[in-house]
Design a protein around this ligand. Sequence first.
Ligand SMILES: [Zn+2]
Length: 226
Amino acid sequence: MNTTTDNQALDVLRRDGDAKLAPFDAQRARSLVSQFDRYALSTKQWALVHALARLATHGASSARATHDVGDLSNVLALFVRAGANLKSPTIVMSDGTGAEYRLKVARGRARHPGTLDVTTPDGATWFGRVLLSGLFEASPRVDTPSALPSALRAFAVEPAKFAGAHARATGRCMFCNLRIGEGDDPRARAVGYGEVCARNWGQPFPSKSDARALNAALFATPSSAP
Ligand SMILES: [Zn+2]
C-alpha cells in the first residue's frame, strides 16, 4: 500500500512540513530537508523522513497515533546488539502498573523489518511499534495503555536500572523472562538479570562483593542466623 518513495516523502516535508506538523516535528523536518540539500541522509534519517511525511499527510489521526515518548533509538540499539548473540531477541517488560509487554524485532518478511513490535506477552494484542526513527507508533485499533509510553522512555534512558526495577517487581529477568535465582550467586539478584543476559544485551554486571553491597542496600532483610 505504502509506495511513497524517499523523494516523494521529502517533497511532502518541503511542501507541508511547516503547515501540517507540530512545531517540534516541523523543526525536525526542516533540519532533515536542509541536511539532504547540503549532504545526504542516513537510513535512520530516511525512516524519520517517512514517519514525518505520514504525519504531515494523514494529519490528526496519524499524529494522535505517534506518541512522542522521546527518542527510543537506544532501545533499538540494544536489540541490534543482542541480535549478534541471540536468534530472536525478545524482552518482556512491565510498566509499573502490573501490565506487561513483549518487545520483539519484526523480521525480514514483516511490513516494517527491524522495527520493534510491542504486544501483550502472549503476542495476541499489538499495541504498536518502535520505528527505526526512534518514535513509537501506536496501533490505530487499540488504545495505548497510559503507562506504556513512559515505561518505554524509562527503559530507553536507563536499561539496566529499568531491568532491576522490573526484576524486583516481578521476580523475573526482563531479558529472558526467567525467574531470578535466589540461590548462592548474589549477582543476578542485585541487578535483576543474570550474567548471560548481561553479556547478550551489553549491560553492566557486578562483582560478587559489589553485588552483596547492592543487595544489602536493596533488600533490607532482617539478619538471619549464620
Ligand atoms: Zn535473563
